[in-house]
Design a protein around this ligand. Structure first.
Ligand code: BGC
Length: 513
């Protein structure tokens, strides 16, 4: 081949290469643009599905009130269990003596002891120990779970030292905070209806959990009587009331979620006993199982529910509580990866792992104010093993966290307003009570201050969630009425509350009376 021909051939090859490269880049840009558009569509669609305009929140409030009435009328009348707690007297400050509590409700449990000194000396001393429950115990056998707890309790009792003393003739007594749906049969007995929050020990369902605990304590040589069985919401209410008489409602927003409140005993048709002297009783709503056609549920929620250990159950809890918010975000990110190649051609494998993204990470992302969103970079790297991302992508991720947290918080706010409305503390007109029987209550109590004791890691450690929640309450009841409502962080009140309830239901106290 002549020189000229070689030159022409090389020139042609170079031109072809350039054309191929150009086509490749154009194609890639087109693909990227299409993926980006698809990603935006996915997020917009999700945002739409999660939206909680005021009109929708109002419908949820009304549904909550209707369901509360139905659950109070008859057992099984509503998805809201409205469990009678048998707590008809809340702490007064007179409680005296040494009392223990055991707080089981999540992946950790706590044992604590409190020395109470009556009106004058109040809480004189307290100590606690926190133990994490091995995951295999959460889904193992009934006996293993209760033996594990009793063994830890035994070692804690053995460490009782200075500053703690029983009153003469007093036996050690315990308040058992058991934060799962229980059909309570007295102040210190109740059968487990179902597990929540990832616990799954079939044998325990239908059993009296106090008997199970007493049995295990016996096996571990712990000489102690269970004086009160309480839900964590009820413990929180009791702890809050010890400090302030205006506490009427308690809400937990942690791994799980629930609320309880003080109800007029004559507004509880399913209560069969004599009316308590106090005229009221604490109702454990078990609001995690609330559901309503107005809940802004998306296909992501449906998939999470279907894959959970308790499908079709705890629908409200799955939209508002700490156990699930992170996984909702993960599922949306997965969809972005799978359907819009958000993280490149392949779906990063760790995005497939259920519950790998925890709500504290979502909170950290949400709080990130650095210009290049460092927290998002950290979470992507540490949690998902994703090493590179653009600022634009990180903004989308933050947006997803915002959508999920805002929805959860506003729904929880609507739940709280539902309770306030039911007890006539929402500051609304009489008509606000929907023609239901709390009219006179509303009329007389309308302007009283109401404190809602709030506890749980989600509420405590997620500032944006807290803001959204408070904002929704103000939107729903108006600024003026909201001035009479205080949402007060009542940190770890449920353990102390359980010891206080053990004290007020102590057999020793009864003998003295
Ligand atoms: C349980 C409730 C509990 C709440 C908060 C829910 O999953 O059903 O009994 O109060 O979690 O711990």
């Amino acid at each position: 081949m002549g020189k000229a021909a070689v030159t022409i051939t090389i020139a042609c090859a170079a031109a072809t290469c350039a054309a191929v490269a150009a086509a490749f880049f154009v194609n890639r840009r087109l693909r990227q643009r299409t993926s980006w558009k698809r990603a935006q569509c996915i997020v917009d669609e999700f945002r739409g599905g999660c939206s909680t305009p005021l009109s929708r929140l109002r419908q949820i409030v009304d549904n909550m009130v209707v369901e509360m009435h139905a659950g109070l009328a008859i057992d099984g009348g509503s998805k809201l269990k409205m469990v009678l707690s048998y707590v008809d007297n809340l702490p007064t400050g007179n409680e005296e003596g040494l009392f223990y509590a055991l707080d089981l409700g999540g992946t950790n449990f706590r044992v604590l002891r409190v020395q109470m000194g009556g009106k004058e000396k109040r809480i004189m001393n307290q100590e606690y120990k926190e133990v994490s429950i091995p995951p295999k115990v959460m889904v193992g056998s009934n006996e293993d779970l209760f033996d594990f707890i009793a063994t830890e309790l035994a070692s804690f009792v053995a460490s009782e030292g200075e500053g703690f003393f029983l009153l003469p003739g007093q036996q050690r007594e315990l308040g058992f905070t058991f934060s799962f749906p229980v059909k309570q049969t007295s102040i210190n007995s109740g059968t487990l209806m179902k597990w929540t929050k990832g616990f799954a020990i079939a044998e325990t369902v239908g059993k009296d959990v106090v008997e199970e605990l007493q049995g295990a304590m016996h096996r571990s040589n712990v000489d102690m009587r269970v004086a009160a069985l309480v839900n964590d919401t009820v413990g929180t209410l009791a702890g809050g009331r010890y400090e302030d008489d205006d506490v009427m409602v308690a809400v937990i927003l942690g791994t799980g979620s629930n609320a309880c409140y003080v109800e007029r005993a004559d507004a509880i048709p399913k209560w069969r006993g004599p009316l308590p002297a106090s005229g009221s009783m604490v109702i454990n709503m078990e609001w995690g199982s609330f559901t309503s056609a107005h809940l802004p549920k998306t296909e992501v929620d449906d998939a999470l529910d279907a894959d959970s250990v308790n499908p079709c159950d705890q629908i409200f809890e799955k939209m508002i509580s700490g156990m699930y918010l992170g996984d909702i975000v993960r599922r949306v990110l997965w969809k972005l990866a799978a359907e819009a190649a958000f993280f490149g051609g392949k779906v990063p494998s760790r995005l497939e792992v259920p519950f790998i993204l925890r709500t504290p990470d979502v909170s950290a992302i949400h709080a990130d104010q650095s210009p290049d969103l460092k927290e998002v970079i950290r979470v992507l790297r540490v949690v998902f093993g994703i090493q590179s991302s653009t600022l634009q992508m990180r903004k989308v991720i933050m947006d997803v966290c915002d959508i999920v947290a805002e929805r959860g918080a506003r729904l929880a706010g609507a739940g709280i307003v539902g309770i306030l409305k039911k007890i006539g503390r929402d500051g609304g007109s009489l008509a606000n009570n929907g023609g239901l029987e709390n009219h006179s209550y509303a009329a007389t109590e309308e302007r009283k201050k109401t404190v809602v004791a709030m506890d749980g890691g989600l509420y405590e450690h997620y500032p944006k969630f807290r803001e959204y929640l408070k904002q929704s309450v103000v939107e729903l009841i108006g600024k003026e009425a909201a001035e009479h409502i205080e949402l007060r962080l009542s940190k770890d009140g449920s353990g102390i509350g359980a010891t206080l309830l053990a004290a007020s239901h102590s057999s020793f106290v009864a003998e003295q009376e």
